[in-house]
Design a protein around this ligand. Structure first.
Ligand code: MN
Length: 133
């Protein structure tokens, strides 16, 4: 068995098809199960439905229907979803946006365009530490 494979389920909330494919492909290659959501409302519905199976949420901020900040607020205000880790993946790299996302309760902030190597490192090390806990 390849010890680099970390089994885990990641929900990707991303409206840009190119970004979705890129992130999905690289994470599936790393051995993760992926759930896709293409807008904020679909993400919330999927998370509410699959909350016990989702280990990590990768959340875009600029999303149709419900934006990423609102998604974080709604998830954090519900006892059944507030403990699911969230990494924001966004081009909104202004310090105020990063602060806003972290204050709202997200666990990490990854800026776009993503650097694939460091992106994968961040996800893998998150799962490695989650498993060791
Ligand atoms: Mn977007």
């Amino acid at each position: 068995m390849d010890t680099n494979k970390h089994n885990g389920t990641i929900l990707i909330a991303e409206d840009n098809p190119t970004n979705m494919k890129l992130i999905k492909d690289i994470l599936e290659f790393e051995g993760y199960n992926i759930i896709e959501a293409h807008d904020g409302k679909a993400a919330l519905n999927m998370i509410r439905k699959c909350k016990n199976d989702i280990d990590l949420i990768l959340l875009d901020i600029q999303l149709p229907e419900i934006n990423g900040f609102e998604v974080i607020k709604l998830l954090k205000s519900n006892d059944t979803t507030k403990n699911i880790p969230i990494f924001v993946v966004s081009a909104h790299a202004m310090e105020s946006d990063i602060k806003k996302a972290l204050n709202a309760g997200c666990n990490n902030f990854i800026t776009k365009p993503i650097n694939l190597e460091s992106f994968v490192d961040k996800i893998n090390s998150f799962f490695l530490h989650a498993i060791q806990r």
